[in-house]
Design a protein around this ligand. Structure first.
Ligand SMILES: Cc1cc2nc3c(=O)[nH]c(=O)nc-3n(C[C@H](O)[C@H](O)[C@H](O)COP(=O)(O)OP(=O)(O)OC[C@H]3O[C@@H](n4cnc5c(N)ncnc54)[C@H](O)[C@@H]3O)c2cc1C
Length: 534
């Protein structure tokens, strides 16, 4: 039997939950399909030790409900995953969301039926639904990737991917543990695991520039201040490039004296959160000479914190400057390597050849371990789309349309795919953002468009090819000046563990959230210029 809805949402993370709430507000019959057994998305799946925010907790939560803001209290400035998952469940209870969500339901295909003017959605377990509107809320970092190393299935010990971590506690005590990967997730996990592990071997291919998180509990006076100033906090986020509480310093790095620069870097290094990345001199992410100053500062910090100079060198990136890849925030990461029971294996010197029944075999040795943790991340932004067979008009596959890089208008719709909306999709500011701030913008904008259609009796919307071409040009124009576009990383669509993702492609929008919002608002104010209604 095929159930009929006005709108189907795929995914019940921060995006899908809020979108459901707003669809109900429009009076639409909406259904959410979620692969997991609960709400929360990222915070449902990523239960690995050490998982926590890089965003200040009090800037991350939803801003749309005064009641939620009043009632919810974050315990730490950077909450750990269990608390954020509790928050998501608190919101789901408050808004009574679960009655319209089907859990344990992975959507495998979504086909547009031109004759009926709607989408036919099917799940892997045979559930079917039909809806006029399809809204993907499937997450920018929700398609975990395993490394393409032979022999993974032959390992006889415990093996976990950080993005699908078990719900039961995992003990490291007395065990020999291998962690493969040194990205943001690995940095959090390694630091936590090192506290109790028997012996830890970290397999590193590309070191990253990690900066201190400086987490702390929120004391009652601060809690009261946060609650009293939420409007100001969100207003400040709204105006900053990435919707963080941190925004670039108006000065340029080389326009101040060396002493002043050093003092500013020191100050940022001692402060909590992404200030050192998002609140640095305004040219450090766009000018190579400016970038070299902060990169050199960070290099000295690693040398000062790691006792063994040779090890410090291995932990120091050589192929990219600070901030040109996602900056992991850490709480004692470098000191882990001063522990006698922790070893770093540099895969640039001795690559992994295979996983064996006993452990990890590199070109130099076999490392016997009891547990392997794959901290190998995600097929970012487009990965979750690639895992669904989405077909638009005339059966055209979205995968095919995006094979050489995504093409969208405003990162929210694609020509040839009527009535499909892609929250936090490629070329959308939400991909480079304190994400819930951009999620709320995405959802509010889509909701307003649906209301516009309802009021005028439209049943179909799709962008023009011209609008799509212009958006692509804008994405490239605004992104090009950023240094990160000259570096291989997931932000540039590179994932060596996924076939075909070895060429740099713009997948994010790096023009900044305020500019993006302006573009979206302009389109709406102009009667949704660039869209065709039917
Ligand atoms: C470890 C980690 C830490 C992070 N920390 C921060 C941070 O500090 N600040 C920040 O701004 N962002 C952070 N992020 C990014 C984070 O993903 C976003 O903040 C936000 O949670 C995204 O919400 P979402 O609802 O768009 O996507 P998700 O939370 O990823 O939810 C997507 C949901 O869609 C479901 N889904 C996907 N495909 C299908 C399918 N085919 N069928 C059915 N269901 C499907 C998934 O199961 C998932 O539950 C972090 C990400 C990770 C992985």
């Amino acid at each position: 039997m095929t159930a009929d809805y006005d709108a189907v949402v795929i995914g019940a993370g921060i995006s899908g939950m809020y979108q459901l709430h707003r669809l109900r507000g429009l009076g639409l019959r909406a259904r959410v399909f979620e692969a997991g057994q609960g709400v929360g998305g990222t915070w449902y799946w990523n239960r690995y030790p050490g998982a926590r925010f890089d965003s200040e907790s009090w800037t991350y939560g939803y801003s749309f409900s005064d009641e939620i803001l009043r009632e919810w209290e974050w315990s730490e400035h950077f909450a750990a995953q269990p608390e954020t998952l509790r928050y998501c469940n608190f919101v789901a209870d408050k808004l009574d969301l679960r009655r319209d969500i089907e859990f344990g339901c992975r959507i495998e295909s979504a086909l547009y039926d031109d004759a009926r003017g709607g989408w036919e959605i099917a799940s892997t377990d045979g559930r079917r639904a039909r809806a006029r509107f399809l809204i993907t809320a499937i997450g920018p970092l929700s398609a975990p990737t395993m490394p393409s190393i032979p022999g993974v299935e032959t390992f006889r010990g415990e093996a976990y991917h950080t993005g699908t971590w078990p719900h039961e506690p995992v003990s490291f005590a007395g065990k020999r543990v291998a962690v493969i990967g040194t990205g943001a997730t690995a940095v959090q996990a390694i630091t936590e695991i090192a506290k109790t592990v028997g012996h830890l071997t970290v397999f590193q291919r590309t070191p990253n520039w990690c900066a201190p998180l400086h987490n702390s509990p929120i004391d009652p006076a601060t809690q009261a201040r946060i609650k009293a100033t939420y409007p100001e906090i969100f207003a400040r986020c709204r105006e900053s490039f990435g919707c963080f509480i941190h925004d670039a310093d108006p000065r340029k790095a080389l326009e101040v004296s060396a002493e002043e620069r050093e003092a500013f870097f020191e100050k940022l290094y001692r402060e909590p959160g992404f200030g050192i990345w998002m609140g640095n001199f305004r040219d450090v992410l766009v000018n190579e000479d400016a970038n070299a100053t902060i990169t050199e500062f960070m290099r000295r910090k690693i040398r000062a914190r790691v006792n063994d100079p040779a090890l410090a060198e291995k932990l120091t990136p050589t192929n990219h400057g600070f901030g040109t890849r996602r900056v992991p925030l850490e709480s004692g990461y470098y000191e882990v390597y001063n522990q006698p029971n922790v070893r770093l294996v540099d895969l640039r010197e001795t690559p992994i050849e295979r996983i064996t029944p006993a452990g990890v075999k590199t070109s130099a040795a076999e490392h016997a371990v009891d547990m392997i943790i794959y901290a190998t991340g995600f097929d970012a932004v487009t990965g979750a789309f690639d895992r669904i067979d989405i077909r638009g008009r005339e059966g055209r596959a979205l995968r095919e349309k995006w094979a050489k890089g995504p093409r969208t208008y405003l990162g929210l719709q694609a020509a040839g795919f009527p009535n499909l909306f892609t929250l936090v999709g490629p070329h959308n500011a939400a991909t480079f953002c304190n994400i819930p701030r951009c999620i709320e913008q995405n959802v509010d904008w889509v909701t307003a468009l649906l209301a516009h259609m309802r009021d005028r009796g439209y049943t179909r919307v799709e962008p023009t090819l011209e609008a799509e071409r212009e958006w692509l040009a804008h994405v490239h124009d605004t992104g090009r000046r950023m240094l990160f576009t000259r570096v291989d990383s997931w932000m540039m669509g590179i994932n060596r563990n996924v076939a075909g993702k070895d060429k740099r492609t713009f997948i994010v929008y790096a023009g900044g959230a305020p500019r993006y919002r302006e573009k979206c608002d302009e389109a709406a104010a102009g009667g949704y210029a660039g869209f065709v209604f039917g």
